[in-house]
Design a protein around this ligand. Structure first.
Ligand SMILES: CC(C)(COP(=O)(O)OP(=O)(O)OC[C@H]1O[C@@H](n2cnc3c(N)ncnc32)[C@H](O)[C@@H]1OP(=O)(O)O)[C@@H](O)C(=O)NCCC(=O)NCCS
Length: 158
């Protein structure tokens, strides 16, 4: 199904910064276990240079978000993607991933990387649908008993 929400970009100086960050922090706490959550550091993460955040609002409430960064000219990373539980399977996750890939591409990087717990089947399926491939398994990435796949998507040189 395709998302009917409008994707917005959060800018450092936007007047709704506090509201959007507060709502995302609440979602982070609900969706992710502590060791995987950016709840405590979200505001700091967002203020870093070379990072961006796209979100979807429905009826004035943030229901989905994606965070990405481009630490160097070599690659970009999708650092977070999440959709509020009762708003899933409506296409928001896919729409945001697609938009974040486009944003990363404007930075002229040739690779996008991400980490995902292999047990997160919906996310794994979504990333594979967009061509991400598994690079390697990193044991204990999130916590002593939770691993991550490092995945990548390469673009041909234009
Ligand atoms: C992963 C997540 C972002 C997907 O968001 P969503 O809006 O529900 O996904 P969409 O409706 O856009 O679905 C897009 C694709 O994702 C995959 N997918 C989504 N939900 C799925 C499910 N329950 N089971 C299997 N595949 C699923 C499918 O490939 C789907 O494509 P299809 O509709 O052609 O089958 C969402 O499930 C989520 O927030 N999960 C918890 C947080 C998380 O795991 N984040 C990623 C790690 S940081």
């Amino acid at each position: 199904m395709s998302s009917s929400g409008v994707i917005a970009e959060l800018h450092r100086n936007s007047s709704n910064w506090g509201k959007v960050v507060d709502e995302i922090v609440k979602l982070e706490r609900k969706i992710f276990p502590k060791h995987e959550s950016l709840a405590r550091s979200f505001d700091d993460e967002m203020r870093k240079k070379n990072s961006g955040l796209l979100y979807v609002e429905v009826d004035g409430e943030v229901v989905a978000y994606v965070m990405y960064s481009w630490p160097s000219s070599l690659y970009a990373s999708i650092t977070k993607l999440a959709v509020k539980e009762n708003c899933r399977r409506l296409g928001h996750g896919e729409a945001l991933l697609k938009a974040a890939i486009q944003k990363c591409r404007t930075r002229n990087v040739h690779r996008i990387t991400l980490h995902v717990d292999p047990l997160r089947t919906p996310a794994m399926n979504l990333y594979k649908k967009y061509g991400f491939q598994v690079d390697n398994l990193i044991e204990g990435y999130y916590s002593s008993d939770r691993n991550a796949y490092r995945m990548f998507l390469d673009f041909d040189a234009d």
